[in-house]
Design a protein around this ligand. Structure first.
Ligand code: KMH
Ligand code: ZN
Length: 273
């Protein structure tokens, strides 16, 4: 079995310090959380950035500042900026980090409810536009799918040349409006991607660690982090993203799965470096 790639989604756009005081906003806090995740065993950092007051932004300069500061400390880590941003942002606003020298970025493959009145919009033309941009810029997309229908959309657009193989999916499971985080649904998602594709699973909230175990056993990869879950165990806030990653490393060890370093992760994901 391939080694396990752990992605840390350290910040997100929706979670705040009111939810967990360790959620990072400033550049220094983002660097601290990236380093804690990397030290614990993460090889990929999924990055959203904020203004110092916590407001999410896709500002290119802010991304550059954060990426440069992270790379100064941990040069080999893979940084995967979000092109999802936060609900309500325009396409071009969201795409700003793709103008930087980055290896990977998320590519959201459909529209879904995001709780209350929020709708995370990704029309077919948006996905085509983002896919084309990533091909032009040589950026490996992580295909974020919140439902099985989004896998089908990604594969349809791949046939039309907007996404290139080998495909790497991120099953985001348990969002209020997306597919549930049950084992039955995980098996459905996992069975719906083509041979040769890789995947990581991001279980939201209480689904984070059970789905991590499923992916560890299955040969998939795992995403954890404050973007998805703020608790280390029921009712206990995680002190850092590193603590969440450490738990995955412990589980993997128990189940006999080795952890990939960033160079090994690049190989598994077919990222040229
Ligand atoms: N914040 C969500 C609306 C991504 O990073 O590409 C979108 C999101 C997906 O987090
Ligand atoms: Zn994200």
């Amino acid at each position: 079995m391939e080694k396990l790639i752990i992605t840390a989604a350290i910040c997100g756009a929706e979670v705040t310090k009111e939810h967990n005081p360790a959620v990072p906003y400033t550049v220094a806090e983002i660097v601290r959380e990236a380093k804690s995740a990397y030290d614990a065993g993460a090889s990929v950092i999924h990055l959203h950035v904020r203004h110092d007051n916590g407001t999410p932004t896709q500002d290119k300069a802010r991304f550059k500042e954060c990426i440069d500061a992270i790379k100064a400390l941990i040069p080999d880590v893979i940084i995967m900026p979000s092109t999802g941003g936060s609900v309500g942002m325009t396409n071009d606003e969201r795409l700003q980090p793709t103008e930087l020298d980055i290896e990977m970025a998320t590519l959201d493959c459909g529209t879904c409810n995001f709780g209350g009145d929020d709708i995370f919009e990704n029309s077919e033309n948006t996905i085509k536009y983002f896919g084309k941009r990533m091909i032009e810029r040589g950026i490996k997309p992580e295909l974020e799918v919140f439902d099985k229908s989004m896998i089908d959309m990604a594969l349809r657009l791949a046939k039309k040349g907007f996404i290139l193989p080998p495909f790497h999916f991120d099953f985001v499971m348990g969002v209020n409006g997306g597919i549930d985080g049950t084992l039955r649904d995980f098996t459905f998602m996992r069975g719906s991607i083509p041979e040769g594709a890789t995947y990581t699973v991001a279980g939201i909230g209480r689904y984070e660690f059970p789905l991590a175990v499923a992916a560890i056993i299955d040969g998939g990869h795992v995403r954890v982090g404050f973007e998805d879950n703020i608790f280390i165990s029921k009712g206990v806030l995680a002190k850092s993203n590193g603590e969440l990653v450490e738990k995955v490393v412990r589980l993997a060890k128990e189940l006999g799965r080795e952890i990939a370093n960033p160079q090994e992760a690049r190989k598994i994901l077919s990222i040229k470096n």
